[in-house]
Design a protein around this ligand. Structure first.
Ligand code: NAD
Ligand code: ZN
Ligand code: ZN
Length: 337
Protein backbone atom coordinates (compact mmCIF):
# COMPACT_ATOMS: atom_id res chain seq x y z
CA UNK A 1 0.00 0.00 0.00
CA UNK A 2 1.01 3.66 -0.32
CA UNK A 3 1.92 5.57 2.84
CA UNK A 4 3.12 9.16 3.32
CA UNK A 5 6.02 8.93 5.75
CA UNK A 6 8.27 11.19 7.72
CA UNK A 7 11.64 9.58 6.98
CA UNK A 8 14.11 11.98 8.66
CA UNK A 9 14.21 15.57 9.90
CA UNK A 10 12.61 17.67 7.16
CA UNK A 11 12.20 14.67 4.84
CA UNK A 12 8.97 12.99 3.72
CA UNK A 13 8.24 10.40 1.05
CA UNK A 14 5.27 8.58 -0.42
CA UNK A 15 6.43 4.97 -0.04
CA UNK A 16 5.16 1.54 -0.97
CA UNK A 17 4.95 -0.42 2.31
CA UNK A 18 3.31 -3.72 3.31
CA UNK A 19 -0.30 -3.59 4.56
CA UNK A 20 0.12 -3.83 8.37
CA UNK A 21 -1.34 -6.79 10.24
CA UNK A 22 -3.47 -6.26 13.34
CA UNK A 23 -1.97 -7.90 16.43
CA UNK A 24 -3.91 -9.03 19.51
CA UNK A 25 -6.38 -6.32 20.55
CA UNK A 26 -5.84 -4.36 17.34
CA UNK A 27 -7.93 -3.60 14.28
CA UNK A 28 -7.00 -2.98 10.65
CA UNK A 29 -8.86 0.10 9.38
CA UNK A 30 -9.29 0.93 5.68
CA UNK A 31 -8.66 4.69 5.68
CA UNK A 32 -11.59 6.68 4.29
CA UNK A 33 -9.90 10.02 4.90
CA UNK A 34 -7.09 11.54 6.94
CA UNK A 35 -6.88 15.25 7.76
CA UNK A 36 -3.67 17.21 7.19
CA UNK A 37 -3.01 19.03 10.47
CA UNK A 38 -0.61 21.93 10.96
CA UNK A 39 1.02 19.81 13.68
CA UNK A 40 2.26 17.50 10.90
CA UNK A 41 4.22 20.48 9.56
CA UNK A 42 5.69 21.08 13.02
CA UNK A 43 6.70 17.38 13.10
CA UNK A 44 8.30 17.62 9.64
CA UNK A 45 10.15 20.77 10.74
CA UNK A 46 11.41 19.29 14.04
CA UNK A 47 15.20 19.08 14.08
CA UNK A 48 15.41 15.67 15.76
CA UNK A 49 12.24 13.59 15.16
CA UNK A 50 12.17 10.69 17.60
CA UNK A 51 9.87 8.35 15.71
CA UNK A 52 11.08 7.81 12.18
CA UNK A 53 10.19 6.39 9.80
CA UNK A 54 6.60 7.25 10.67
CA UNK A 55 3.44 7.35 8.59
CA UNK A 56 1.85 10.73 9.33
CA UNK A 57 -1.88 11.36 9.83
CA UNK A 58 -3.60 11.59 13.21
CA UNK A 59 -7.12 12.58 12.10
CA UNK A 60 -8.56 9.38 10.71
CA UNK A 61 -11.92 7.91 9.78
CA UNK A 62 -12.58 4.80 7.74
CA UNK A 63 -14.03 1.32 7.83
CA UNK A 64 -13.11 -1.75 9.85
CA UNK A 65 -11.26 -4.09 7.50
CA UNK A 66 -10.08 -6.91 9.80
CA UNK A 67 -10.10 -7.70 13.51
CA UNK A 68 -6.96 -8.89 15.30
CA UNK A 69 -6.99 -11.85 17.71
CA UNK A 70 -9.35 -11.37 20.65
CA UNK A 71 -11.20 -8.33 19.26
CA UNK A 72 -14.98 -8.39 19.39
CA UNK A 73 -17.72 -5.80 19.19
CA UNK A 74 -16.96 -4.42 15.73
CA UNK A 75 -18.25 -5.58 12.37
CA UNK A 76 -16.13 -5.67 9.23
CA UNK A 77 -16.98 -2.64 7.01
CA UNK A 78 -18.40 -0.70 9.99
CA UNK A 79 -17.60 3.04 9.66
CA UNK A 80 -15.39 4.29 12.49
CA UNK A 81 -13.55 7.36 13.68
CA UNK A 82 -10.16 6.87 15.32
CA UNK A 83 -9.43 8.35 18.74
CA UNK A 84 -5.72 9.01 18.30
CA UNK A 85 -4.49 9.61 21.85
CA UNK A 86 -2.47 6.73 23.30
CA UNK A 87 -2.07 7.00 27.08
CA UNK A 88 -0.49 4.36 29.32
CA UNK A 89 -3.93 3.44 30.71
CA UNK A 90 -2.57 3.17 34.26
CA UNK A 91 -1.51 6.57 35.58
CA UNK A 92 -3.80 8.84 37.62
CA UNK A 93 -4.84 10.90 34.60
CA UNK A 94 -5.49 7.90 32.35
CA UNK A 95 -7.57 6.35 35.14
CA UNK A 96 -9.65 9.55 35.19
CA UNK A 97 -10.24 9.12 31.45
CA UNK A 98 -7.77 11.88 30.66
CA UNK A 99 -5.39 9.93 28.43
CA UNK A 100 -4.54 13.25 26.75
CA UNK A 101 -2.82 14.25 30.02
CA UNK A 102 -1.08 10.88 30.54
CA UNK A 103 1.69 11.21 33.10
CA UNK A 104 3.82 8.59 31.37
CA UNK A 105 4.38 10.75 28.35
CA UNK A 106 3.06 11.64 25.02
CA UNK A 107 1.69 9.12 22.55
CA UNK A 108 -0.59 9.10 19.55
CA UNK A 109 -1.46 7.45 16.29
CA UNK A 110 0.38 9.35 13.58
CA UNK A 111 2.59 10.91 16.28
CA UNK A 112 4.45 8.01 17.91
CA UNK A 113 3.19 5.09 15.79
CA UNK A 114 2.11 4.83 12.16
CA UNK A 115 -0.89 6.98 11.26
CA UNK A 116 -3.52 7.31 8.58
CA UNK A 117 -1.88 8.97 5.56
CA UNK A 118 -2.03 5.55 3.94
CA UNK A 119 -4.52 3.08 2.52
CA UNK A 120 -4.69 1.18 5.82
CA UNK A 121 -3.79 1.76 9.45
CA UNK A 122 -3.66 -0.58 12.46
CA UNK A 123 -5.01 0.85 15.72
CA UNK A 124 -5.84 -0.56 19.17
CA UNK A 125 -9.51 -1.59 19.20
CA UNK A 126 -10.24 0.81 22.08
CA UNK A 127 -9.46 3.72 19.72
CA UNK A 128 -12.44 3.00 17.48
CA UNK A 129 -15.56 5.14 17.75
CA UNK A 130 -18.64 4.17 15.70
CA UNK A 131 -19.55 6.93 13.23
CA UNK A 132 -23.18 5.95 12.68
CA UNK A 133 -24.47 7.80 9.64
CA UNK A 134 -21.78 10.51 9.55
CA UNK A 135 -19.96 11.00 6.26
CA UNK A 136 -16.55 9.33 6.71
CA UNK A 137 -14.58 12.01 4.82
CA UNK A 138 -16.14 14.95 6.68
CA UNK A 139 -15.82 13.07 9.98
CA UNK A 140 -12.06 12.51 9.77
CA UNK A 141 -11.03 16.05 10.87
CA UNK A 142 -13.31 15.79 13.89
CA UNK A 143 -10.83 13.33 15.43
CA UNK A 144 -8.45 16.23 16.12
CA UNK A 145 -9.50 19.54 14.53
CA UNK A 146 -12.89 19.04 16.19
CA UNK A 147 -11.87 17.23 19.37
CA UNK A 148 -9.04 19.60 20.35
CA UNK A 149 -11.15 22.80 20.30
CA UNK A 150 -14.03 20.91 21.95
CA UNK A 151 -11.69 20.00 24.82
CA UNK A 152 -10.17 23.50 25.00
CA UNK A 153 -13.64 25.08 25.13
CA UNK A 154 -14.75 22.60 27.82
CA UNK A 155 -11.81 23.72 29.99
CA UNK A 156 -13.17 27.28 29.97
CA UNK A 157 -16.92 26.67 29.85
CA UNK A 158 -17.45 28.54 33.15
CA UNK A 159 -16.28 31.77 31.48
CA UNK A 160 -18.41 31.41 28.33
CA UNK A 161 -21.79 32.43 29.72
CA UNK A 162 -24.29 34.78 28.05
CA UNK A 163 -22.89 38.29 28.05
CA UNK A 164 -19.30 37.12 27.80
CA UNK A 165 -17.09 37.49 24.75
CA UNK A 166 -14.46 35.15 23.40
CA UNK A 167 -11.87 35.56 20.67
CA UNK A 168 -10.77 32.79 18.29
CA UNK A 169 -7.32 33.58 16.88
CA UNK A 170 -6.69 31.53 13.71
CA UNK A 171 -9.67 30.17 11.77
CA UNK A 172 -7.94 27.23 10.08
CA UNK A 173 -8.60 23.52 10.54
CA UNK A 174 -9.11 23.81 14.29
CA UNK A 175 -10.43 27.35 14.41
CA UNK A 176 -13.28 26.89 11.94
CA UNK A 177 -14.61 24.02 14.06
CA UNK A 178 -13.99 26.02 17.26
CA UNK A 179 -16.28 28.80 16.00
CA UNK A 180 -19.08 26.27 15.42
CA UNK A 181 -18.56 24.47 18.76
CA UNK A 182 -18.65 27.81 20.59
CA UNK A 183 -21.90 28.76 18.84
CA UNK A 184 -23.47 25.34 19.46
CA UNK A 185 -22.46 24.81 23.08
CA UNK A 186 -22.03 28.27 24.66
CA UNK A 187 -23.91 31.57 24.81
CA UNK A 188 -20.77 33.68 24.39
CA UNK A 189 -20.28 36.27 21.67
CA UNK A 190 -17.64 34.95 19.25
CA UNK A 191 -15.07 37.20 17.57
CA UNK A 192 -12.93 35.36 15.01
CA UNK A 193 -9.58 36.72 13.86
CA UNK A 194 -7.22 35.65 11.08
CA UNK A 195 -4.83 37.11 8.51
CA UNK A 196 -6.48 35.28 5.58
CA UNK A 197 -9.57 36.94 4.04
CA UNK A 198 -11.01 33.52 3.05
CA UNK A 199 -10.72 32.32 6.66
CA UNK A 200 -12.57 35.41 7.87
CA UNK A 201 -15.33 34.88 5.29
CA UNK A 202 -15.63 31.24 6.42
CA UNK A 203 -15.81 32.29 10.09
CA UNK A 204 -18.62 34.72 9.31
CA UNK A 205 -20.53 32.04 7.38
CA UNK A 206 -20.10 29.57 10.26
CA UNK A 207 -21.62 31.92 12.80
CA UNK A 208 -18.92 34.23 14.20
CA UNK A 209 -20.61 37.40 15.47
CA UNK A 210 -17.70 39.53 14.24
CA UNK A 211 -14.47 38.99 12.35
CA UNK A 212 -11.18 40.86 12.68
CA UNK A 213 -8.20 40.98 10.32
CA UNK A 214 -4.92 40.58 12.28
CA UNK A 215 -2.59 41.69 9.48
CA UNK A 216 -1.97 44.87 11.51
CA UNK A 217 -1.83 43.65 15.14
CA UNK A 218 -2.33 47.11 16.71
CA UNK A 219 -5.43 47.72 14.59
CA UNK A 220 -6.68 44.21 15.44
CA UNK A 221 -6.31 44.82 19.17
CA UNK A 222 -8.18 48.13 18.86
CA UNK A 223 -10.95 46.51 16.82
CA UNK A 224 -11.37 43.59 19.25
CA UNK A 225 -11.49 46.04 22.15
CA UNK A 226 -14.11 48.07 20.28
CA UNK A 227 -16.33 44.98 19.99
CA UNK A 228 -15.65 43.42 23.35
CA UNK A 229 -14.03 45.86 25.70
CA UNK A 230 -11.82 43.03 26.86
CA UNK A 231 -12.26 39.34 26.14
CA UNK A 232 -13.41 36.84 28.75
CA UNK A 233 -11.67 33.99 26.91
CA UNK A 234 -9.07 34.06 24.15
CA UNK A 235 -8.38 30.86 22.21
CA UNK A 236 -5.11 31.02 20.29
CA UNK A 237 -5.10 28.42 17.51
CA UNK A 238 -1.85 29.77 16.03
CA UNK A 239 0.71 30.15 18.82
CA UNK A 240 3.04 32.62 17.11
CA UNK A 241 4.42 35.49 19.18
CA UNK A 242 2.23 37.81 17.06
CA UNK A 243 -1.00 36.06 18.11
CA UNK A 244 0.13 35.48 21.71
CA UNK A 245 0.76 39.21 21.93
CA UNK A 246 -2.74 40.00 20.65
CA UNK A 247 -4.14 37.49 23.17
CA UNK A 248 -2.23 39.11 26.02
CA UNK A 249 -3.43 42.59 25.05
CA UNK A 250 -7.14 41.78 24.68
CA UNK A 251 -7.74 39.38 27.57
CA UNK A 252 -9.80 40.81 30.44
CA UNK A 253 -8.69 40.99 34.06
CA UNK A 254 -9.77 37.63 35.42
CA UNK A 255 -10.10 36.31 31.86
CA UNK A 256 -8.86 33.06 30.39
CA UNK A 257 -6.20 32.27 27.79
CA UNK A 258 -6.30 28.92 26.00
CA UNK A 259 -3.05 28.32 24.14
CA UNK A 260 -3.78 25.57 21.61
CA UNK A 261 -1.58 26.57 18.65
CA UNK A 262 1.97 25.22 18.71
CA UNK A 263 3.59 27.91 16.59
CA UNK A 264 6.61 28.18 18.88
CA UNK A 265 5.98 31.80 19.91
CA UNK A 266 6.58 33.21 23.38
CA UNK A 267 4.15 34.75 25.86
CA UNK A 268 5.99 36.78 28.49
CA UNK A 269 4.66 36.06 31.98
CA UNK A 270 6.24 38.44 34.46
CA UNK A 271 4.47 38.88 37.79
CA UNK A 272 4.78 42.56 38.62
CA UNK A 273 5.97 43.29 35.08
CA UNK A 274 2.46 44.09 33.81
CA UNK A 275 2.66 41.61 30.94
CA UNK A 276 -0.77 40.18 31.77
CA UNK A 277 -3.81 41.42 33.68
CA UNK A 278 -4.30 40.09 37.21
CA UNK A 279 -6.32 36.91 37.80
CA UNK A 280 -5.77 35.55 34.29
CA UNK A 281 -5.92 31.77 33.90
CA UNK A 282 -3.82 30.14 31.19
CA UNK A 283 -4.24 26.58 29.88
CA UNK A 284 -2.17 24.51 27.45
CA UNK A 285 -4.69 21.97 26.18
CA UNK A 286 -3.68 18.79 24.41
CA UNK A 287 -6.13 16.96 22.07
CA UNK A 288 -9.08 15.62 24.14
CA UNK A 289 -10.58 12.70 25.99
CA UNK A 290 -12.35 9.71 24.49
CA UNK A 291 -15.62 10.87 26.10
CA UNK A 292 -15.21 14.29 24.47
CA UNK A 293 -14.60 12.59 21.10
CA UNK A 294 -17.98 10.91 21.44
CA UNK A 295 -19.58 14.25 22.37
CA UNK A 296 -18.10 16.22 19.48
CA UNK A 297 -19.16 13.47 17.04
CA UNK A 298 -22.66 13.77 18.49
CA UNK A 299 -22.63 17.51 17.74
CA UNK A 300 -21.75 16.69 14.13
CA UNK A 301 -24.44 13.99 13.97
CA UNK A 302 -27.12 16.48 14.98
CA UNK A 303 -25.95 18.96 12.37
CA UNK A 304 -24.24 21.54 14.61
CA UNK A 305 -20.80 20.95 13.16
CA UNK A 306 -19.80 20.86 9.51
CA UNK A 307 -16.21 20.38 8.45
CA UNK A 308 -15.17 22.55 5.53
CA UNK A 309 -12.91 20.23 3.55
CA UNK A 310 -10.56 20.37 0.59
CA UNK A 311 -9.99 16.78 -0.62
CA UNK A 312 -6.68 15.52 -2.09
CA UNK A 313 -5.69 12.13 -3.53
CA UNK A 314 -3.07 10.18 -1.57
CA UNK A 315 -0.73 10.72 -4.54
CA UNK A 316 -1.10 14.51 -4.00
CA UNK A 317 -0.54 14.54 -0.26
CA UNK A 318 2.67 16.58 -0.58
CA UNK A 319 0.69 19.28 -2.41
CA UNK A 320 -1.84 19.35 0.44
CA UNK A 321 0.94 20.01 2.96
CA UNK A 322 2.59 22.61 0.68
CA UNK A 323 -0.72 24.49 0.45
CA UNK A 324 -1.23 24.21 4.22
CA UNK A 325 2.22 25.67 4.78
CA UNK A 326 1.48 28.49 2.35
CA UNK A 327 -1.75 29.35 4.19
CA UNK A 328 -3.72 28.38 1.08
CA UNK A 329 -6.13 25.88 2.69
CA UNK A 330 -9.51 27.13 3.88
CA UNK A 331 -10.97 24.73 6.47
CA UNK A 332 -9.19 21.36 6.41
CA UNK A 333 -7.26 19.53 3.68
CA UNK A 334 -8.24 15.86 3.81
CA UNK A 335 -6.43 13.09 2.03
CA UNK A 336 -8.75 10.49 0.53
CA UNK A 337 -6.83 7.31 -0.35
P1 NAD B 1 -4.12 25.76 10.06
O1 NAD B 1 -2.92 26.04 9.27
O2 NAD B 1 -5.24 24.98 9.44
O3 NAD B 1 -4.77 27.12 10.61
C1 NAD B 1 -4.01 28.17 11.11
C2 NAD B 1 -4.77 29.47 10.85
O4 NAD B 1 -4.09 30.51 11.51
C3 NAD B 1 -4.84 29.83 9.37
O5 NAD B 1 -6.18 30.17 9.02
C4 NAD B 1 -3.93 31.05 9.27
O6 NAD B 1 -4.34 31.98 8.28
C5 NAD B 1 -4.07 31.63 10.66
N1 NAD B 1 -2.98 32.52 11.05
C6 NAD B 1 -1.66 32.43 10.78
N2 NAD B 1 -1.01 33.49 11.30
C7 NAD B 1 -1.93 34.26 11.92
C8 NAD B 1 -1.89 35.49 12.62
N3 NAD B 1 -0.74 36.15 12.79
N4 NAD B 1 -3.05 35.99 13.11
C9 NAD B 1 -4.21 35.32 12.94
N5 NAD B 1 -4.32 34.16 12.26
C10 NAD B 1 -3.19 33.64 11.76
O7 NAD B 1 -3.63 25.04 11.39
P2 NAD B 1 -4.42 23.98 12.33
O8 NAD B 1 -4.24 22.62 11.78
O9 NAD B 1 -5.76 24.53 12.62
O10 NAD B 1 -3.51 24.04 13.65
C11 NAD B 1 -3.39 25.25 14.38
C12 NAD B 1 -2.33 25.10 15.45
O11 NAD B 1 -2.82 24.23 16.48
C13 NAD B 1 -1.02 24.49 14.96
O12 NAD B 1 0.06 25.11 15.62
C14 NAD B 1 -1.13 23.05 15.42
O13 NAD B 1 0.11 22.44 15.57
C15 NAD B 1 -1.84 23.24 16.72
N6 NAD B 1 -2.53 22.05 17.25
C16 NAD B 1 -2.48 21.87 18.60
C17 NAD B 1 -3.16 20.82 19.17
C18 NAD B 1 -3.13 20.62 20.65
O14 NAD B 1 -3.57 19.57 21.11
N7 NAD B 1 -2.66 21.58 21.43
C19 NAD B 1 -3.89 19.93 18.37
C20 NAD B 1 -3.92 20.16 16.99
C21 NAD B 1 -3.25 21.24 16.44
ZN1 ZN C 1 -3.40 17.74 14.85
ZN1 ZN D 1 -1.23 7.38 31.57
Amino acid sequence: MLAFRLTAAGATALQDVPVPEPGPGEVLVRVGAAGACHSDLHMIDATAPRHVPLTLGHEIAGWVEALGPGVTGFAVHEPVGVYGVLGCGQCAECLRGRENACRSGFGGIGLTRDGGMAEFVVVPARCLMPLGGLDVVRAAPIADAGLTPYHAIAMHRCALQAGSTCVVLGVGGLGHLAVQILRATTAATVIAADIAPDALALAKRLGAHAVVDTEDPDAAVAEIREHAGAADVVFDFVGLSATLDIARRVVATGGHLSLVGLGGGTLPVSPGGWTLPFEVRITLPFWGTRAEFREVLALAARGDLTTEIQPFDLADVATAYDRLRAGAITGRAVVVP
